[in-house]
Design a protein around this ligand. Structure first.
Ligand SMILES: [Zn+2]
Length: 166
Protein backbone atom coordinates (compact mmCIF):
# COMPACT_ATOMS: atom_id res chain seq x y z
CA UNK A 1 0.00 0.00 0.00
CA UNK A 2 1.05 3.60 -0.25
CA UNK A 3 0.09 6.79 1.47
CA UNK A 4 1.07 10.42 1.43
CA UNK A 5 2.78 10.26 4.82
CA UNK A 6 4.43 6.84 4.52
CA UNK A 7 8.10 6.44 5.39
CA UNK A 8 10.48 4.81 2.95
CA UNK A 9 9.50 1.15 2.72
CA UNK A 10 12.99 -0.40 2.82
CA UNK A 11 11.93 -3.83 4.18
CA UNK A 12 9.38 -4.68 1.52
CA UNK A 13 11.40 -7.22 -0.49
CA UNK A 14 12.62 -9.02 2.64
CA UNK A 15 9.07 -9.15 4.03
CA UNK A 16 7.81 -10.71 0.77
CA UNK A 17 10.65 -13.28 0.83
CA UNK A 18 9.95 -14.22 4.47
CA UNK A 19 6.21 -14.53 3.82
CA UNK A 20 6.85 -16.65 0.72
CA UNK A 21 8.77 -19.11 2.92
CA UNK A 22 6.00 -19.20 5.50
CA UNK A 23 3.30 -19.50 2.81
CA UNK A 24 5.08 -22.47 1.20
CA UNK A 25 5.18 -24.23 4.59
CA UNK A 26 1.45 -23.73 5.19
CA UNK A 27 0.66 -24.80 1.64
CA UNK A 28 1.72 -28.25 2.83
CA UNK A 29 0.83 -27.95 6.52
CA UNK A 30 1.43 -30.86 8.88
CA UNK A 31 4.34 -31.46 11.22
CA UNK A 32 7.67 -29.73 10.63
CA UNK A 33 10.93 -29.80 12.53
CA UNK A 34 11.42 -26.40 14.16
CA UNK A 35 14.81 -26.08 15.86
CA UNK A 36 14.48 -29.62 17.14
CA UNK A 37 10.84 -29.30 18.19
CA UNK A 38 7.82 -30.65 16.33
CA UNK A 39 5.54 -27.90 15.12
CA UNK A 40 2.03 -28.72 13.85
CA UNK A 41 1.09 -26.35 11.03
CA UNK A 42 -2.35 -25.69 9.57
CA UNK A 43 -2.97 -25.99 5.82
CA UNK A 44 -3.79 -22.56 4.46
CA UNK A 45 -7.12 -22.01 2.76
CA UNK A 46 -7.34 -21.28 -0.96
CA UNK A 47 -10.19 -19.23 -2.31
CA UNK A 48 -11.89 -19.87 -5.63
CA UNK A 49 -14.31 -16.96 -5.72
CA UNK A 50 -14.60 -13.34 -4.70
CA UNK A 51 -17.58 -13.98 -2.36
CA UNK A 52 -15.46 -16.55 -0.50
CA UNK A 53 -12.68 -13.96 -0.15
CA UNK A 54 -15.17 -11.34 1.05
CA UNK A 55 -16.60 -13.74 3.63
CA UNK A 56 -13.12 -14.51 4.92
CA UNK A 57 -12.08 -10.87 5.37
CA UNK A 58 -15.42 -10.06 7.01
CA UNK A 59 -14.68 -12.81 9.52
CA UNK A 60 -11.30 -11.19 10.19
CA UNK A 61 -13.02 -7.85 10.89
CA UNK A 62 -15.16 -9.50 13.58
CA UNK A 63 -11.94 -10.42 15.46
CA UNK A 64 -11.15 -6.71 15.92
CA UNK A 65 -13.96 -4.72 17.53
CA UNK A 66 -12.59 -1.26 16.66
CA UNK A 67 -11.63 -1.45 13.01
CA UNK A 68 -13.65 -0.32 10.00
CA UNK A 69 -15.07 -2.85 7.51
CA UNK A 70 -13.02 -4.05 4.57
CA UNK A 71 -14.14 -5.20 1.17
CA UNK A 72 -12.58 -7.28 -1.59
CA UNK A 73 -12.66 -6.74 -5.31
CA UNK A 74 -11.11 -8.34 -8.36
CA UNK A 75 -7.91 -6.76 -9.67
CA UNK A 76 -7.30 -6.94 -13.38
CA UNK A 77 -4.13 -8.65 -14.56
CA UNK A 78 -1.76 -11.24 -13.19
CA UNK A 79 -0.06 -8.96 -10.67
CA UNK A 80 0.21 -8.67 -6.92
CA UNK A 81 -2.65 -8.13 -4.57
CA UNK A 82 -3.08 -4.63 -3.23
CA UNK A 83 -4.64 -2.81 -0.29
CA UNK A 84 -5.91 0.75 -0.22
CA UNK A 85 -8.51 2.58 1.89
CA UNK A 86 -10.45 -0.42 3.11
CA UNK A 87 -10.37 -2.32 -0.17
CA UNK A 88 -8.35 -5.47 -0.85
CA UNK A 89 -7.82 -5.96 -4.59
CA UNK A 90 -7.02 -9.54 -5.61
CA UNK A 91 -6.14 -10.78 -9.10
CA UNK A 92 -8.46 -13.77 -8.83
CA UNK A 93 -7.14 -15.23 -12.09
CA UNK A 94 -3.71 -15.74 -10.50
CA UNK A 95 -3.76 -18.92 -8.44
CA UNK A 96 -1.20 -17.65 -5.92
CA UNK A 97 -3.35 -14.67 -5.04
CA UNK A 98 -6.25 -16.73 -3.74
CA UNK A 99 -4.23 -18.00 -0.78
CA UNK A 100 -5.03 -17.19 2.83
CA UNK A 101 -1.48 -15.88 3.37
CA UNK A 102 -2.07 -13.15 0.76
CA UNK A 103 -5.33 -12.07 2.37
CA UNK A 104 -3.71 -11.99 5.81
CA UNK A 105 -0.93 -9.79 4.42
CA UNK A 106 -3.38 -7.33 2.87
CA UNK A 107 -5.52 -7.34 5.99
CA UNK A 108 -2.35 -6.53 7.95
CA UNK A 109 -2.19 -3.30 5.93
CA UNK A 110 -5.81 -2.61 6.88
CA UNK A 111 -4.89 -2.97 10.57
CA UNK A 112 -1.72 -0.91 10.18
CA UNK A 113 -3.10 2.04 8.24
CA UNK A 114 -6.14 2.31 10.47
CA UNK A 115 -3.90 2.69 13.48
CA UNK A 116 -1.41 4.96 11.76
CA UNK A 117 -3.83 7.81 12.12
CA UNK A 118 -4.03 9.89 15.26
CA UNK A 119 -1.25 9.41 17.77
CA UNK A 120 0.86 7.03 15.67
CA UNK A 121 3.77 8.39 13.70
CA UNK A 122 3.89 7.52 10.01
CA UNK A 123 5.32 4.02 9.53
CA UNK A 124 6.83 2.21 6.58
CA UNK A 125 4.15 0.05 4.93
CA UNK A 126 6.07 -3.19 5.67
CA UNK A 127 7.97 -1.95 8.74
CA UNK A 128 8.22 -3.38 12.28
CA UNK A 129 4.70 -2.36 13.25
CA UNK A 130 3.21 -4.06 10.20
CA UNK A 131 5.14 -7.25 10.98
CA UNK A 132 4.04 -7.30 14.61
CA UNK A 133 0.40 -6.82 13.53
CA UNK A 134 0.75 -9.55 10.93
CA UNK A 135 2.20 -12.09 13.40
CA UNK A 136 -0.53 -11.27 15.90
CA UNK A 137 -3.19 -11.58 13.18
CA UNK A 138 -1.92 -14.99 12.09
CA UNK A 139 -2.07 -16.13 15.72
CA UNK A 140 -5.74 -15.14 15.83
CA UNK A 141 -6.87 -16.21 12.36
CA UNK A 142 -4.81 -19.41 12.08
CA UNK A 143 -2.78 -20.88 14.95
CA UNK A 144 -0.03 -19.78 17.32
CA UNK A 145 2.28 -22.33 15.65
CA UNK A 146 1.77 -20.66 12.28
CA UNK A 147 2.44 -17.26 13.87
CA UNK A 148 5.62 -18.60 15.47
CA UNK A 149 6.85 -19.84 12.11
CA UNK A 150 6.07 -16.50 10.44
CA UNK A 151 7.95 -14.64 13.17
CA UNK A 152 10.98 -16.87 12.71
CA UNK A 153 10.86 -16.39 8.90
CA UNK A 154 10.93 -12.62 9.43
CA UNK A 155 13.78 -12.89 11.93
CA UNK A 156 15.79 -15.18 9.64
CA UNK A 157 15.77 -12.33 7.11
CA UNK A 158 17.07 -9.93 9.76
CA UNK A 159 13.66 -8.29 10.20
CA UNK A 160 12.80 -7.18 13.73
CA UNK A 161 9.32 -8.11 14.99
CA UNK A 162 8.35 -6.10 18.09
CA UNK A 163 6.82 -8.24 20.85
CA UNK A 164 3.89 -5.85 21.27
CA UNK A 165 1.95 -3.56 18.98
CA UNK A 166 1.41 -0.04 20.29
ZN1 LIG B 1 2.12 -5.36 1.41
Amino acid sequence: MAGATMSRDVDRAAVYAAEDQWSAAIDRGGVIDFFGSRLQLPVQTRFGSLPAVQQYVENLVTMYPDIPPVSARHRRGDTRAHYSNGVIAIPMAATWACRESVLLHEFGHHLNSGSCEGSHAPQPAHGPRFRALMVELVGRAQTLESALLLRSCFESKGLVVPAHVD
